[in-house]
Design a protein around this ligand. Structure first.
Ligand code: GTP
Ligand code: MG
Length: 548
């Protein structure tokens, strides 16, 4: 198959082009003199640029026909980047006027991570003339390019295999200085194109960073752009986007995460520029949910939300689809195979919705059983990372107050907490809350939190050591309200006081009417347990049994 602008070519010319695929370039050579001449003569004849893409084994992977000014390199994403960050492919193409490498040529080099890009000048007589080649330089900060030009092709004296081996090694070495290539996690570049105040944009970026860490991403860099005008196509300007992508590639990023929600069209436009996966904040949160969902129905709900979010973002291009479907670290909904198309996704959505109906019934039965048992239910709610799970574990592993879970039908996140005098409560951990919960997620979120409806007390846990704890309290309150839980009995608990200046704790607790604890330190739980007991059994004095 000949790529590019083949229309108008004679059958014999197409045939001559097809014959190029039969050639193999010896490892030591950039291109053989013979193939160079074949290209320049044919190029002169058809008055169009001709290009070949050659792999390290010397195999011609593509033959491309351009026009008199440029060639368009086909999608190379199926050739993955090596540890060095190079693709293992070089592009050699003719320039009819023996002009030097163009700006676009160099952009291709950078964006496609080619081993080299070569402009082969076509002389008047059709023989190879001037030659210029360029390659990337190892540099962890900015991509730099080395260009070498010769007036006569036949002066070219380059042991290509030795050259590319040395470059490869050096690029890998330099990369390893900044990124851990053996770290199996996705390497993410975080991008915010914000229009708010600098402070807002930065705060939001900090949170995106936290989200990324929660999703087990290795954040390699953060880029904040505050343009006067948003570019509707890419959000950022096209030039800026290129720059970001090139720097991301140079640092081996495998994922771009935008703090702003991207429209389906924006996702498509950006994925046309690069094969690096592109996701937005909503998708990141969806991914975290997918990872957190423990119960069967929680999983189904999140998968539904993911599929519904992805559906309009499918590009129809197999590779682009897999980028989206793969999710982070392959935790996306179901199989990531390329052949899944919209229809199959719609089918799956229907199946999941049906499944969810069935699961809902089981959920109700479980809950009824628990409510019937007549034991007070406490749900720990709070912003993500407040320490809810740590607290649950710490409270229920305590020998004095706890016992392991009993109702086999309950979620694993539910435990029984035993108080003195044979009193006990059921305590459940919940999925963490997040600011600006995307609408598409609210449904999944609500269902996951259905259990909260049965709670007699919401224990609102706050990470006091987080500089934005106040905003986090507000976000949680807002979400509780939207879940119609705004008036449920609540207890505010400040966690991680071990990380806060002890002098600040008392007045903060007074101001917010909160109880301080450190989930790491069970001896700090006493005031909290006392308060819980007071709420449920107000008539009895708190006293400890056994030794704490
Ligand atoms: N220093 C300190 N760290 C804590 C404390 N409690 C929890 N952590 C840490 O905070 C982090 C988050 O704790 P988790 O228990 O996973 O938080 P969570 O609220 O369950 O988070 P999500 O499940 O994401 O909503 C963990 O690294 C804990 O070790 C504490 O009292 N002090
Ligand atoms: Mg947790």
């Amino acid at each position: 198959m000949i790529e590019g602008k083949t229309s108008g070519l004679k059958a014999s010319q197409i045939h001559a082009l097809e014959r190029i695929y039969r050639r193999k370039i010896p490892a030591g050579e950039l291109i053989t003199g013979e193939l160079a001449r074949y290209l320049t003569e044919l190029s002169r004849e058809i008055q169009r640029q001709l290009g070949v893409i050659i792999d390290r084994g010397g195999v011609v992977e593509y033959v491309i026909v351009g026009d008199d000014r440029e060639i368009v390199i086909p999608d190379l994403s199926k050739y993955s980047l090596g540890r060095s960050g190079l693709r293992g492919l070089r592009c050699i193409h003719t320039h009819l006027k023996q002009e030097p490498l163009s700006r676009d040529d160099l952009t291709d080099l950078e964006l496609l991570r080619l081993d080299a890009i070569v402009a082969l000048g076509v002389r008047e007589d059709g023989l190879p003339g001037k030659i210029e080649y360029a390659h990337l330089l190892p540099d962890s900060e900015t991509a730099k390019i080395e260009r070498i030009g010769l007036n006569d092709f036949y002066q070219l004296d380059l042991d290509f295999s030795a050259f590319i081996q040395a470059l490869d090694q050096e690029m890998e070495r330099v990369a390893e200085e900044t990124v851990d290539l053996d770290d199996g996690r996705e390497r993410a570049l975080l991008i915010s194109v914000g229009r708010g105040s600098r402070q807002q944009v930065e705060d939001s970026m900090d949170e995106l960073d936290e989200l990324a860490r929660t999703a087990n991403l290795a954040v390699i860099d953060k880029v904040i752009q505050r343009p006067r005008k948003l570019n509707p196509r890419f959000l950022v300007g096209e030039g800026k986007l290129r720059e970001i992508i090139i720097s991301a590639l140079q640092r081996r990023a495998t994922l771009l995460v935008f703090d702003q929600d991207l429209t389906p069209n924006q996702v498509r436009s950006i994925t046309e520029v690069t094969e690096i996966k592109v996701i937005d904040r909503t998708q990141l949160i969806l991914d975290i949910f997918a990872n957190r969902a423990q119960s069967r129905d929680g999983k189904v709900q999140v998968e539904l939300a993911q599929l519904k979010y992805i559906l309009p973002r499918l590009t129809g291009k197999g590779t682009a689809m897999s980028r989206l479907m793969g999710g982070i670290g392959g935790r996306g909904p179901g199989e990531t195979k390329l052949e899944i198309d919209r229809r199959r996704i719609r089918d799956k959505i229907r199946r999941l919705e049906k499944q969810l109906d069935g699961l809902g019934r089981g959920r109700l039965q479980r809950r009824q059983k628990r409510v019937r048992a007549g034991v007070p239910i406490i749900s720990i709610v709070g912003y993500t990372n407040a320490g809810k799970s740590t607290l649950l574990n710490a409270m229920t592993q305590s020998e004095v107050f706890t016992e392991d879970l009993l109702f086999a039908t309950l979620d694993t996140s539910t435990r029984r907490l035993r108080f003195p005098l044979e009193r006990e409560v059921i305590i459940t951990d919940t999925v963490g809350f997040i600011r600006d919960l995307p609408k598409s997620l609210m449904g999944a979120f609500k269902a996951t939190l259905e259990e909260l409806e049965d709670a007699d007390l919401l224990l609102h846990l706050v990470d006091l050591s987080n500089p934005r704890f106040n905003e986090q309290i507000e976000s949680v309150d807002k979400i509780l309200e939207s879940l119609d839980l705004g008036t449920r009995q609540r207890l505010l608990v400040f966690n991680k006081i071990d990380q806060v200046d002890p002098a600040d704790v008392p007045h903060l607790c007074r101001r917010y009417d909160a109880i301080p604890i450190s989930a790491f330190d069970r001896s700090s739980f006493k005031p909290l347990l006392e308060e819980m007991q007071r709420r449920f059994w107000p008539e009895e004095d708190f006293h400890e049994e056994g030794s704490a």
